[in-house]
Design a protein around this ligand. Structure first.
Ligand SMILES: [Zn+2]
Length: 377
């Protein structure tokens, strides 16, 4: 079903998020950060702290604290078996994200509720400044929110390594955008539901959160708020790509460590214009946040990539077969000896595999290899 364009009033309300000029981009983010740190410090220092710490979860929990959880659905006091469940959930998250997380995975692993909210409420994600491997975004907040905008931080974990690899700039840029990353958002959902997950999962780009979300998210499900989801979706779009390209260029041209690189800010006009373009096109189908499996653009790209890979592999296999024929027919004695060793090793590998799988196709492959070996003797 086609979506309706945002009304002029809706567009104007969203554009207010990007007012206040350049200083708002940075100061706004710093103020939120300071507020969050202060709130967390106070919560942790309170003698009646309700934060469930790492030590608590490890098993040093004093039951007289009678903290509450919602694990199992209802709010009630935490028991010993809850701690076990918390530990299991932590292990699961750690294992799931051992390799890191990419923008597509954030979208694919998100909860439907967050995805639906991103689609319905968050229509802008504008990169406003960048430094080294960190790109800062601003998004609009939902109509119901107490604030107008949210600040989302993305750190591209492989940028340094990819930027210094001698590959074309655009290839490097896209590899960075689709590679492993860490993120942070100043909103309540990220702070109280997801920051703990991103901390233990190793993809946190802000203040680390060590307090277990025992009431809001004891099952540790989902990964990202609606603002982060909108930003992850935008990493595949021209505006963010152009900024990531700048970041790669800067790192390529400089010998300095990433953290010593200067910060670049977009102008207030550039940000406002970009936001305006996004709200005007918010109803376009290709601007709807979605999982990569539901994204026709990403699916087409993946299909092309797979076809290219299959073709390359096929050409490779054809080349190999031709080379093998040549050596069998009239290769040098050394070439023949090397090929024979290689083929014998392959037969051994296939024999082992056949022992484990009894896959009949392997027998044919082994017979073909054996015929080639016979031709070499
Ligand atoms: Zn958020």
């Amino acid at each position: 079903m086609a979506l309706k364009p945002l009304t002029q009033a809706e567009q104007d309300a969203i554009l207010k998020a990007f007012g206040g000029g350049k200083s708002n981009f940075k100061q706004g983010a710093s103020q939120r950060k300071a507020f969050d740190e202060n709130r967390r410090d106070k919560a942790g220092e309170d003698p009646l702290s309700i934060i469930l710490s790492v030590d608590d979860v490890k098993g040093q929990y004093d039951t007289s604290r009678t903290l509450m959880t919602t694990i199992g659905g209802k709010q009630r006091e935490i028991t010993g078996s809850d701690l076990e469940a918390f530990r299991r959930n932590i292990d699961t998250v750690r294992k799931a994200f051992k390799q890191g997380i990419t923008a597509n995975q954030v979208l694919d692993l998100s909860l439907k509720m967050d995805l639906d909210n991103a689609k319905a409420q968050i229509h802008t994600a504008i990169p406003v400044r960048y430094k080294g491997d960190v790109l800062h975004f601003m998004t609009n907040a939902s109509k119901e929110s107490e604030v107008r905008q949210h600040y989302v931080t993305v750190r591209f974990l492989d940028l340094g390594a990819i930027a210094t690899t001698p590959i074309p700039l655009l290839t490097a840029t896209k590899t960075v955008a689709q590679g492993y990353l860490a993120f942070d958002c100043d909103c309540g959902r990220h702070t109280f539901w997801y920051r703990f997950i991103s901390t233990i999962g190793g993809f946190n780009a802000g203040r680390a959160e060590t307090g277990f979300p025992k009431i809001r998210n004891p099952h540790l499900s989902g990964v990202a708020c609606k603002h982060v989801l909108r930003v992850m979706f935008s990493l595949n779009q021209a505006l963010a790509i152009s900024k990531i390209k700048e970041m790669v260029k800067i790192v390529r041209a400089s010998a300095k460590p990433l953290e010593e690189l200067p910060e670049n800010q977009l102008s207030a006009k550039e940000v406002k214009d970009a936001a305006k373009r996004q709200v005007e096109k918010a109803h376009h189908d290709r601007n709807q946040v979605r999982r990569s499996v539901d994204d026709p653009v990403k699916q087409r790209k993946a299909k092309k990539e797979a076809e290219r890979f299959a073709k390359a592999a096929q050409t490779d296999a054809q080349k190999q077969r031709a080379e093998r024929k040549r050596i069998i027919a009239n290769g040098s004695p050394m070439e023949k000896l090397n090929l024979r060793r290689d083929l014998e090793n392959r037969v051994k590998t296939l024999q082992r595999e056949y022992g484990q799988t009894s896959n009949e196709n392997l027998l044919d492959a082994m017979e073909n290899l054996q015929n080639d070996i016979n031709g070499l003797i």
